[in-house]
Design a protein around this ligand. Structure first.
Ligand code: SF4
Length: 328
């Protein structure tokens, strides 16, 4: 991977207070350990995928990187500088540079406003246009970049007149309007029709390449991550458990969870040990399993697995995994 590191998370940890459940002796509810010591780097012009089943904490990582949530511990660095910007002008400036794209293109656009409004507003707020003519020109340019052409036809459409794929393209164009350096796309195609997913993913890939954007692609679908991202990080129960170049990791997965994830693609919620008819249950993040969090579902678990957290084993070329099988 050659691009310069743009956005970085170092030892990101996030514990939430549980909204329900029994209270402890001091009347407090135990924390939900959503994310534990996650470190990742996003590089200019490159796509990194964060893969895992529902509830593993990957969307929380997205919100920590976007500074929507404060971290419990750990740092977010933009261009090498630690940033804590959760409100006011600092937050607005940070979010101009780091944009989020959400899963649901139906909810992300205001149904009462035309496409032109959604794209012109950020241009005006951030002072990128000085006249109405300039505004129309830049809105058309944004529509062109996301392949919504002829642009004059799309400009005055209402959200309900667009397909799901077209709405997601408008959401992407709106993110691009503020000229970000990093884009965090949280399951950007999972609510779209299968037939149009590839087109939206190719668009994101083209934008990362042409604009030098650092792109984090968050998905439950490791098969799409393989074709779309240069690097894959696999997350399980709040922790990163394997990292590697996409092709190598998917051709030769090391961690048993990654292996089961690939066998279960495209539905990771089917992850279950071989021979088992039982669907695998993700563990509780309030009281996660001791040692390796995957041990209750792991087909090759050993006694040490439930006793101690496996250390990170470096496998060369930036590839690593956290599993006792690879520790000498
Ligand atoms: Fe399975 Fe043990 Fe490896 Fe965890 S550390 S994935 S339980 S073998």
């Amino acid at each position: 991977m050659s691009g310069k590191v743009v956005l970085e998370g170092r030892n990101l940890t996030k514990h939430f207070t549980a909204a329900r459940g029994p209270r402890g002796r001091l009347g407090r509810r135990p924390p939900v350990r959503a994310v534990e010591e996650v470190s990742l780097s996003l590089r200019a012009g490159s796509v990194t995928a964060l893969v895992g089943e529902s509830g593993c904490g990957k969307s929380t990582v997205a919100r920590l990187l976007a500074q929507v949530y404060p971290t419990t511990s750990g740092d977010v660095l933009l261009h090498g500088e630690a940033v804590r910007a959760h409100r006011g002008a600092a937050f607005r400036d940070y979010r101009r540079q780091v944009q989020l794209i959400f899963q649901d293109p139906f909810a992300s656009l205001n149904p009462f406003h035309r496409v032109r409004y959604h794209l012109a507003r950020p241009l005006r707020i951030h002072g990128h246009v000085r006249s109405a003519a300039e505004e129309t020109e830049q809105v058309a340019e944004l529509l062109e970049r996301v392949s919504l052409t002829p642009t004059d036809q799309f400009m005055d459409k209402m959200p309900h007149e667009l397909s799901g794929g077209q709405r997601q393209r408008v959401a992407i164009a709106r993110a691009l309007a503020v000229q970000p350096v990093a884009l965090i796309a949280d399951e950007p195609v999972s609510m779209l029709d299968v037939s149009i997913r590839l087109g939206v993913l190719r668009l994101l890939e083209k934008l990362a390449d042409e604009s030098g954007l650092a792109l984090l692609y968050i998905t439950h679908d490791i098969a799409s991550a393989r074709y779309f991202a240069e690097e894959i990080m696999v997350m399980y129960a709040g922790r990163l458990i394997e990292r590697g170049a996409s092709e190598e990791l998917t051709q030769s997965p090391k961690h048993p969870y990654t292996q089961l994830l690939l066998e279960s693609a495209p539905d990771p919620d089917r992850v279950a040990p071989p021979g088992s008819t039982r669907r695998g249950e993700p563990p509780s993040l309030i009281d996660p399993p001791s040692g390796c969090r995957f041990h209750p579902r792991c087909p090759v678990a050993m006694p040490v697995c439930s006793e101690k957290t496996p250390p990170r084993t470096q496998l060369g070329d930036g590839r690593w995994t956290e599993c006792w099988q690879y520790e000498k």
